[in-house]
Design a binder for this molecule. Structure first.
Ligand SMILES: Cc1cc2nc3c(=O)[nH]c(=O)nc-3n(C[C@H](O)[C@H](O)[C@H](O)COP(=O)(O)O)c2cc1C
Length: 335
């Protein structure tokens, strides 16, 4: 008898709904996910989500055209609702994404427009109450983001208690677990909690296909699970009142040691610390270290989740997905 358990891992309510082979989504990571990484994940049977919250019209056009030239896989686009997104949404929908994923806000006002354009609606939630609101509004897939997650983190509940609470509230709506997941054991655990898949960010930063700066990737590989900080007022230039999880670095250590001084009084406030082309990057700016940046990369906001402790090498995105599927199957077979 073939003891390989394929069906419970490979096919879930999520994979069936979006039409991919594996229940692994590439987290939308502004500044790190571009068409190369998204195509690599899509071609490996995962589900790429392209981040466009701060992108220009030209960038969205170029990135989605490029993605289409590299893969036929279904993909989603991601928009953060802490700023107006009507124009970007319209442009994204014209490229026929499989889904639109909303973050940091209420997807309800956009559900009808997205559905009318033939796409699914995905919403990130961080409590069961948010989940109920989204389901009642007609959202098709929920992403439950635990506070272990890297980047901007809306809630304060950890992934382990959050997933079952959201799953119980979601009914037949598939739930993806985000935050703290970097390997097959994490996928298996999420599935055991009732999730239909996972959204992984930090793990996919350390890939040759990612747009992250090499110095940032080196810091991720060196970091342990206990090397991240969850703060609201640290990297708040350009996007304030938004809690975030980042690698602890010299900038953070000094700011903490000085008692979290306010924006105007803190060390190097207003100074340019790096450049992206001709655009200056200021101290404490909310930005992802991109491979094209020059200057003090180590001083930038190096977003990372607690799962960074499981990121120990640079691997191709397809290799990561194959390995996660193999190890998740093995973990579930032991049940
Ligand atoms: C570098 C980075 C950038 C991110 N940018 C976005 C974004 O633009 N939109 C979004 O919805 N989430 C963003 N996130 C959060 C991810 O979608 C996801 O919730 C998180 O990466 C999951 O936790 P993990 O990093 O432990 O896998 C970002 C995360 C990281 C690490």
């Amino acid at each position: 008898m073939d003891k390989t358990i394929k069906a419970p891992v490979s096919s879930t309510a999520f994979t069936d709904l979006v039409g991919v082979d594996h229940p692994i989504a590439l987290a939308p990571m502004a500044g790190a996910v571009e068409s190369d990484l998204a195509a690599a994940v899509g071609n490996a049977g995962g589900y790429p989500i392209m981040p466009f919250s701060w992108s220009s019209r030209d960038t969205i056009e170029a990135e989605l055209t490029s993605l289409r030239s590299k893969t036929d896989a279904p993909f989603a686009v991601n928009l953060c609702l802490d700023m107006p997104q009507e124009a970007r949404l319209e442009l994204c929908l014209s490229h026929r994404p499989n889904a639109v994923h909303f973050f940091w806000g209420d997807a309800a006002p956009f559900v009808k427009q997205v559905h009318t354009n033939g796409a699914l609606v995905i919403q990130t939630v961080s409590t069961a109450i948010d989940a109920k609101h989204a389901v009642d509004a007609g959202v098709d897939i929920l992403v439950a983001q635990g506070w272990e997650a890297g980047g901007h983190v809306r809630g304060m509940v950890a992934t382990l208690p959050l997933i079952p609470a959201v799953v119980d509230m979601a009914g037949s709506v598939p739930v993806l677990a985000a935050g703290g997941i970097s390997d097959g054991r994490g996928l298996a655990a999420a599935l055991c909690l009732g999730a239909s898949g996972v959204v992984m960010g930090t793990r996919f930063l350390a890939t040759p296909e990612s747009a992250a700066h090499s110095e940032y990737i080196a810091q991720l590989i060196a970091a342990q699970h206990s090397d991240t900080l969850h703060e609201t007022d640290l990297y708040n230039v350009g996007w304030s009142n938004a809690a975030h999880r980042v690698l602890r670095n010299a900038v953070a250590n000094r700011w903490l040691a000085e008692g979290r001084p306010s924006n105007n009084t803190r060390h190097r406030s207003g100074e340019t610390v790096a450049m992206r082309g001709s655009a200056p990057i200021k101290a404490y700016q909310s930005t992802t270290p991109h491979h094209s940046m020059t200057g003090e990369i180590e001083a930038l906001s190096m977003w990372a989740g607690q799962s960074v402790g499981l990121v120990n090498s640079v691997e191709r995105a397809g290799t990561i997905i194959d390995s996660i599927m193999e190890h998740a199957r093995a973990a579930l077979q032991m049940r």
